[in-house]
Design a protein around this ligand. Sequence first.
Ligand code: AMP
Length: 419
Amino acid sequence: MNFTELGLDERLLSGIDSMGYETATPVQEQVIPPILQGKDIIASAQTGTGKTAAFLLPVVNKLLTEPHDTHLVNALIIVPTRELAVQIAQAMEGLSYFTDVSSIPVYGGSDGATFATEKKALSSGVDMVICTPGRMIAHLNNGYVKMQGVKYLVLDEADRMLDMGFHDDIMKIISFLPKQRQNLLFSATMPPKIRELARKILHHPLEINIAVSKPPEQIVQEAFVVYEPQKNPLIKSILQKSDFQSVIVFCSKKSSVKQLAHELKRAGLSVDQIHSDLEQDHREQVLLDFRNRKTRILVATDILSRGIDVEDIDLVINYDVPNDGEDYVHRIGRTARAASTGTAYTFIIEKEQQRFARIEELIGKTVTKAVVPEELGAVPAYNPRGGHGDSGRNRGRGHGFKGKRKPGGQNRPNNNRVS
Ligand code: AMP
């Protein structure tokens, strides 16, 4: 879903654009509309799902479109750690760049000058405060915080806050807030103590569950960090030199499916394509040929990533990085079905590095970066959090496409496959 469909203010759309977000993640899609409607929310969503923007965007949107007193604190976000406070403040800075909504992170451990800056903001008014509980209470105890304007309360990583023993601090902070407010609670897990907290704080909340599945353990996952022009030579090299018998290649766009299928056919490979431009009968024939092993390689859009039942696919290639973790899990889940082993390769070009890092976060695993064959030239460094640059070669820790390997970390090249 595009952010424009969510009805957000133009200034926020500019911020979203400058952050490089192209489409809303599932949690954003599900959470933003009810927050805009003023509902209380309890959402189970992990880090990596885009949950930060899922609450920042609608709250800032409300601050932009509804009257509020700029001399008071209007939105309060309580988080368990300084790191998270800083991270959210940075996301806020980017997303709200084109607005005049002000924000400040308030967290422990910094020097006296920072405390004084926080005090000034809290006493003269700041639209949004992103705080850790202990530090906030230190300020509240001094009596100058303008909490009477808080209309939006967000508890982020609520389960972690309870695990860290912040229950009483949270309740104390809440005792300073006006009763009339919108409450949003985000938590990676939903143990009974979170439900109890929700009962105390939320009013008729809408429950949103962004369940993230994990890929099966037996899938060997590797990624190739490349430049765009290296993708075609790389995929041909993989398909020509390995003996994977049944391969699905996923592309995000129909046009890429068509081009790539054409290219692979010209390289003499047994290949077919499937996407929504084909008639149903044609699609079924393509699938039948693939199932019967008449076709070795099937190039497909995500039309094929969910629900199709083809056993014994031994390699899935993500020709480009899927949009989100859920798509990634579905795509690579086409291999290693019925408890067999499988391999999944993902090609990552520079502009997709951040997206892939998000997927890694979501699946809770760092995917091995494989070595790109020497003859393809220099490759970019994998540096999703910073700029990109040429890395020189062989930065990856994987062994490239030596053929099917057993999962479990240890690479065991199979001699009857060509590397
Ligand atoms: P979070 O789950 O909020 O910690 O977000 C994880 C990462 O995803 C952060 O680096 C965000 O900048 C990024 N992110 C959030 N929303 C989107 C989106 N719609 N498209 C691309 N990246 C996003």
